[in-house]
Write a protein that binds this ligand. Structure first.
Ligand code: PLP
Length: 486
């Protein structure tokens, strides 16, 4: 079986196979060229009235025109932000604060990105009432639930267009029809769909829509919020009058120009990209479901993003699976990138009714325009190998290697990380850590609650009792004893 970095016929490049496009997409070279040109030109501040300033504004307005085109909006309805997170925050907080005299009830779905869920939580702390709508086992919000939960004082509903973890696409058009009838504003987080599903804000019936450039081959650090003309929104940043007074601060012109270029390319290429990516997804689903009866596909079987495959292996924690895949040059994820260090089951999977233990075996593969069928076949083979090793381990536990001596049979090493709130990177590269052997016990003293939580999450993540961690292919066994006062 070809290792990563092998000759081109294996389909695996030197960099390995990147199948985490829901987390971020590589910047398109044509976009990079457009964005870098801004750095190399004598460009002014778009708010300045001299020539370089006017040139900068012209470049920014051109980008706005292309971003608007991608979602069939008017350019003046586009507010540039630093990304999807800021667009979501502006939509929820900005709208709620501007319209609180009309009512203080908002609704969000249980599977929203944390940019929405945490904004809703903040609004709740500010006195708003928040209804969190459930989803079914495929991750879909029932439009009837939206209708049932409408109140006189409901002002805003935010339901994402498609979910970043399981790829389920919501019935936004139907929800949009209901919210229009009820005179309630509808926001959708389209961070995962812009550039992969054609969007028309009027057809969807949305009043606000969030976008992020780095999800459609644009640069990170640029996003936008579409705000329907006439809608009242308050800024959440105070400062200058940029972006119609809704987003203070000098605009990130290179990233915005890159976003414009990416939007233009996405609009022209969406159909071809989607057809290619959907083909890869379907081939992959077929391949992996044939590998083992215990594998289940998460999300909606049809209404799902073209590039998304989210599965539960059923056994084997996702951390261990990802490490094995990564050693084969396959870069996938366990779910949302923002959560990849928090070893809790995904809130999306649990909201879909997937039991905690099973949710912890979830893997997400998200394909992009530059992936190939050879790569998909390679991933299928490597997953098959992973499952065979797992099965052998179940049948003959000794085949997995020598039994692990219980922690505590080796030496005891003490490490003091008091004063550090983020000790992991330091700990992992320390000499103490590299001198650990199987059976050793590492006792760590920490005094910061965040550091303790970090260490505990990490030890939990590494698996079984006694804690194992793969480093350079060797299994080191150790335990971290309670911090503070051993
Ligand atoms: N919303 C969704 C659905 C996302 O997937 C993401 C990023 O993963 C965001 C919002 C946040 O976007 P950004 O990374 O641009 O802040």
């Amino acid at each position: 079986m070809p290792p990563p970095g092998s000759p081109p016929e294996s389909g695996v490049s030197m960099k390995g196979i990147y199948v985490d496009h829901a987390a971020t997409t590589p910047i398109d070279p044509r976009v990079l060229q457009a964005a870098s040109a801004v750095y190399s030109l004598p460009c002014g501040n778009p708010s300045s009235s001299h020539r370089p300033g006017m040139d900068a504004r012209e470049a920014m307005e051109k980008a706005r025109f292309h971003v608007a085109g991608l979602i069939h909006a008017a350019p003046e309805e586009i507010i540039f932000t630093s990304g999807g997170t800021e667009a979501d925050n502006l939509a929820l907080k900005g709208f709620a604060l501007a319209n609180r005299h009309r009512g203080k009830h908002i609704m969000v779905s249980a599977i929203e990105h944390h940019a929405i869920l945490h904004s809703a939580k903040r609004l709740r702390a500010l006195g708003f009432e928040v209804t969190v709508l459930p989803v079914d086992s495929a991750g879909r919000v029932d439009p009837l639930d939206v209708q049932k939960n409408l109140r006189k004082k409901t002002i805003l509903i935010s339901i994402m267009h498609a979910n970043n973890e399981v790829g389920t696409v919501q019935e936004i058009e139907e929800i949009g029809r209901l919210t229009r009838e009820a005179g309630v504003a509808l926001h959708t987080d389209a961070v995962q769909t812009a550039g992969s599903i054609p969007i028309d804000v009027d057809r969807l019936g949305v009043d606000m829509l969030s976008l992020s450039a780095h999800k459609f081959y644009g640069p990170p650090g640029a996003g936008a919020l579409y705000i329907r003309k006439g809608l009242k929104v308050l800024p959440i940043l105070d400062g200058g009058a940029q972006e119609h007074g809704l987003r203070a601060g000098t605009e990130n012109l290179p990233a915005i120009v890159g976003m414009g270029a990416a939007a233009q390319l996405a609009q022209a290429e969406t159909a071809a990209r989607t057809e290619h990516i959907r083909g890869l997804r379907d081939l992959f689903i077929k391949t992996i479901l044939a590998l083992d009866k215990g594998i289940t596909l998460n999300g909606h079987p049809q209404a799902r993003l073209a590039g998304n495959v989210n599965i539960c292996l059923g056994s084997t924690g996702n951390k261990e699976s990802l490490e094995t895949l990564s050693a084969s040059g396959i870069h996938a994820s366990a779910g949302s990138a923002c959560n990849s260090h928090a070893l809790k089951p995904s809130h999306v999977l649990t909201a879909m009714g997937i039991p905690r233990e099973k949710a912890l075996t979830a893997l997400r593969f998200t394909f992009g325009k530059d992936n190939s069928r050879e790569e998909v076949e390679y991933i299928g083979r490597e997953l098959g190998r992973l499952l065979r090793v797992r099965a052998r381990r179940h049948q003959h536990p000794s085949a997995a290697g020598p039994a692990k001596p219980p922690p505590g049979t080796g030496k005891i090493i003490d490490l003091d990380v008091r004063g550090l709130y983020c000790p992991l990177p330091i700990l992992k590269t320390s000499e103490t850590f590299s001198s650990l052997r199987i059976g050793d016990v590492l006792r760590v003293v920490a005094d910061d609650p965040a550091a303790e939580a970090d260490l505990q999450n990490w030890t939990r993540s590494t698996g079984q009792e006694g804690v194992g961690l793969l480093r350079n292919g060797t299994k080191i066994c150790f335990s971290i004893r309670k911090c503070k006062d051993f």
